[in-house]
Design a protein around this ligand. Sequence first.
Ligand code: HAM
Length: 423
Amino acid sequence: MNARAPKGTTDMLPATARAWEYLTRTAQEMFARYGYEPVYTPLFEHTEVFTRGIGEATDIVSKEMYTFEDRSGRSLTLRPEGTASVVRSALEHTLVPQGSSIKLYYAGPMFRYERPQKGRMRQFWQIGIEILGAAEPSADAEVIVALWRFYEAVGIPASNMRLLVNSMGDEACRPAYREKVAGYIRSRAGDLCGECNRRADTNPLRAFDCKNPACAGVMAEAPLLRDELCEPCAAHYAEVKTRLDELGIPYTEEPKLVRGLDYYTRTVFEVQADAGLGSQNAIGGGGRYDRLMEAYGGKPTPGLGFALGFERTLLAMEAAGAEVPAPLLAEVYVARVDATVAGEAFAVASALRDAGVAAELDHVGRSLKSQFKQADKLGARLVVIVGPDELAAGEVTLRDMGTKEETRVALADVAGAVRRLLG
Ligand code: HAM
């Protein structure tokens, strides 16, 4: 058998898993202050949720989905992102009755069949938030601020990041702009790659994202939506920027930022970090999707949110020297003098754990000397020595690993004595 994890996936070993838990804990605490509640949707959905939501002509839907038939012949797809699922769930459970709004956050694995490279996996992990029901520009600013502050909270300095913002317009101004870009692509057909030429018919705005340098050069001269926004979209965008200015959030307007999902309307944004990342430098992004609920047959419901990529965020944190707090695995090590007192040693460790102390003991038959070494390695501040002589007197020995001082304490009071010494 092949004992390796499938290509593009990896095991989250303890150091990485600890970082994931730290980020999700930080998200939980921080986004709660912004009013977000948790939501967990299934890891797979009816394929239509993604084809309709994200858009047939996107790379995600046309090339990257893990789609399969279940045993009853249903077409199911492993979620490539969280937004479509959250909106599907909000519609199914009527989470946003007319005139109300809801704020949700989520964290978990996503799946895209992409070519794996640094910061790009087939199973990757996201933390995201979504607000449904909020149409005002302050909601856009709030979501952007939450993302920015999150990165700062986990130790990525503002100087290592770049926040790009843009407006994608809406159904009033975008169709005409799309046609304009399609016309531009056709007018420069000879200078553009085959894929960009095809995009003129399917999804012209995607041409702004083409990695081919010749195409990027041609698209740099393409008409910009910024110049074609309708009045309400322009006013919305201006107000989002005002809110960001007022808080001193540094952003750069990037009129060619189109993002890889078709559901966006109006505000879109992305945070990029160069240090520690290669070409996959988008550590998070999001935007507004005011028409998505209707695409699923629901009532018009504005929505917006972001998702940040765990793997890339961690790379940016490492490049910035950000620390993931390490839990104390053993404040106290319970050492036994010999095997005759194994039962008592086990009882002492259990009593300490029950009293809320992180306690470890030997399960592999180490000598007393190597139990001390192990205690040192784990960073234990105290060692409880359990031996036949001490036990005969109803006591154990407490050794302070810093001062090397030893004291005898009553077995019945070991948890109390340990807590007093640990302060
Ligand atoms: P997205 O830009 O496709 O947006 O993904 C968000 C983040 O997930 C990216 O910025 C990146 O950090 C990470 N990411 C994406 N693909 C991969 C991959 N293959 N390997 C590693 N990391 C990856 C969304 O997913 C939208 N749902 C965001 C959103 C929420 N928009 C509105 N609400």
